[in-house]
Design a protein around this ligand. Structure first.
Ligand code: FAD
Ligand code: DLZ
Length: 507
């Protein structure tokens, strides 16, 4: 009796469901670096290196714990390049009598896993991925029948369920949400403590060379690789965040500063999404800082909400919405993704900063992703499927279950409001309020029309005008449409012509 246990690249948890209730002597763990997964979108080289390095370290740790691990490297000449064929090859190699695996984090992968029984002729068990705080079934039970799935409602249930930041049945401090305190702009000269970096060891260096050789043509630089690739490093990154940046996390959560890639963000999403950290232990570490008096409530609540609220919510929504979610296109947008997203020069300072952060680090903080990159793509009318593929490719933390709801739902409004009550659309004034980018931009953020006018201004009004029929009935957009209707007809024409001229440059 040999149980084959395939473990995927984002399942690197030592408490994984498929490793429980099995003795190492009766099983072979299979891990596969496969070309299909590295290329189904052109992943950033740092993302591929992160997955491969973390997988290789994890395989070594499992071996150290007594497991037999069959690890297929990308450059193994016999490697067929896809999960199904590698599982079939390994099943034959080891004379496997059954397969036990944990459900993948993406509809495409899960549907592929379901074929493994037929492919190998072996009994197959696909276990639920129980590394989340809310199960898929619990979320579906909550979501079923709701017209709108408000994250805040879900989050309160999660707070009560976990007891995080609760005083009995009431939220610590008397409020559930301290967001109102979390929109400060950064004072001039403020210094942020940079996050801990992990110098590549021999395994990571090997992988970086492999990736540079095979995927050097993908967008993104491999040089700045700094990610935690083991649980030990991930715990060190968590401790570093709690000690140095958590206390200021709330205050500048929505801020953007030229040259500051991280601000007070945690950079923990890759470690969480690969399974090196559990969401509950990260929330508990933040809560402990609040109880120890080293971080204020607005910061700790804001941080915990991102994980206990948003992360659990988007995962539930992804599986609840079904496999066609990524094809949704409520605003019927068809434009190709602008070349600036792949590094072509752009005079918009906010956009060039966000793309450059992405290129150098395979990362960008939330407001860059939502209000710069997502906003611009939506205003110009980019096909959401192209936007989705770009985000999935470029970010080290991008797994479809978390990326797609954020992109298709939150940032592009392509799901028609399943996730957000209104599109996150903004003109230059927002960027100017939340960042220092406009000061060093070629364009004038105060102008709507004319050669120096910030393109975001005309694009914003043009977006609203273009979608008036679809969106003007939305109560939350009433003020914006009122603003549009207050412009004279001549001004409306000038704004729309200005937008059309800019859009023509994108072609
Ligand atoms: P922090 O600001 O320190 O937040 C702490 C943690 O909260 C994060 O590590 C993450 O696990 C969680 N979190 C925060 N916001 C969200 C959210 N909206 N959804 C889910 N989890 C959240 N996050 C991903 O993990 N993978 C993605 O592919 C991804 N794509 C995104 C695309 C768009 C358009 C937008 C608007 C957001 C996306 N996010 C994604 C969410 C969020 O931007 C990132 O989790 C965050 O920027 C990661 O950096 P951090 O670890 O420093 O986060
Ligand atoms: C993202 C990624 C990459 C780049 N490479 C691999 C790989 O070679 N092997 C693997 O097991 N997983 C990889 N992944 C993650 C998968 O594409 C996919 O997102 C997860 O398997 C879903 O659970």
């Amino acid at each position: 009796m040999t149980i084959l246990i395939p473990i995927l690249g984002d399942q690197l948890s030592h408490t994984l469901a498929s490793l429980r209730d099995v003795t190492p002597a009766s099983a072979v763990v299979l891990m596969m670096e496969v070309a299909d997964e590295a290329t189904y979108v052109p992943h950033h080289p740092q993302k591929i290196a992160l997955f491969f390095s973390a997988m290789r370290h994890y395989a070594d740790e499992l071996r150290g714990a007594g497991w037999t691990v069959d690890y297929v490297t990308l450059d193994d000449p016999a490697n067929t390049g896809d999960f199904a064929s590698e599982v079939a090859r390994a099943a034959a190699r080891h004379g496997a009598t059954s397969i036990v695996t944990v459900a993948g984090g993406e509809w495409r992968v899960l549907e592929g896993q379901r074929q493994w029984a037929e492919r190998t002729g072996l009994p197959l068990t696909i276990l639920d991925d129980d590394r989340f705080i809310c199960t898929i079934e619990q979320f579906a039970g909550w979501a079923q029948g709701r017209k709108r799935m408000i994250m805040e409602d879900f989050y309160r249930i999660m707070r009560r369920q976990t007891g995080l930041l609760m005083d009995g049945d009431q939220p610590a401090g008397g409020q559930w949400n301290y967001d109102a305190d979390n929109r400060k702009s950064v004072p001039k000269g403020h210094r942020f403590t940079p996050p801990v970096r992990f110098a590549p060891d021999a395994i990571t260096s090997d992988v970086m060379a492999l990736v540079a050789g095979r995927f050097g043509n993908h967008f993104g630089s491999i040089d700045g690789f700094r990610w935690a690739v083991t649980r030990t490093q991930a715990l060190a990154a968590l401790a570093d965040f709690v000690a140095h940046r958590l206390a200021g996390f709330g205050d500048y959560q929505d801020a953007m500063v030229t040259g500051e890639d991280v601000l007070n963000h945690s950079l923990l999403s890759p470690a969480l999404n690969l399974g090196l950290l559990s969401p509950l232990e990260v929330c508990q570490a933040a809560e402990a800082a609040y109880h120890a008096g080293t971080a204020p409530l607005n910061a700790v609540e804001g941080f915990i909400r991102q994980i206990l609220g948003w992360r659990e919510y988007v995962r539930g929504l992804y599986w609840f919405a079904g496999p066609d979610y990524t094809a949704r296109n409520h605003l019927a947008a068809t434009r190709p993704l602008p070349a600036a997203y792949w590094g072509a020069p752009t005079d918009l300072r906010c956009l060039s900063e966000a793309v450059d952060n992405t290129r150098r680090n395979s990362s960008a903080h939330h407001i860059q992703r939502l209000m710069i990159l997502g906003n611009f793509a939506m205003l110009v009318g980019t096909d959401p499927a192209e936007v989705h593929r770009w985000y999935l490719a470029v970010y080290a933390d991008a797994l479809e279950w978390v990326e797609a709801p954020n992109v298709i739902g939150m940032s592009q409004f392509a799901d028609g409001g399943l996730m957000s009550t209104k599109p996150y659309a903004a003109g230059g004034a927002y960027v100017n309020r939340m960042s220092d980018h406009c000061k060093s931009c070629k364009y004038d953020v105060k102008q709507r029309t004319g050669p120096k006018a910030c393109p975001l201004n005309s694009l914003y009004w043009d977006f609203l005008a273009r979608h008036e029929e679809r969106l003007s009935g939305n109560q939350r957009l009433w003020r914006m449409y009122d603003g549009w209707r207050r412009f004279s007809e001549d001004e409306q024409t000038r704004i729309r012509e200005q937008a059309a001229t800019f859009l023509a440059t994108l072609a």
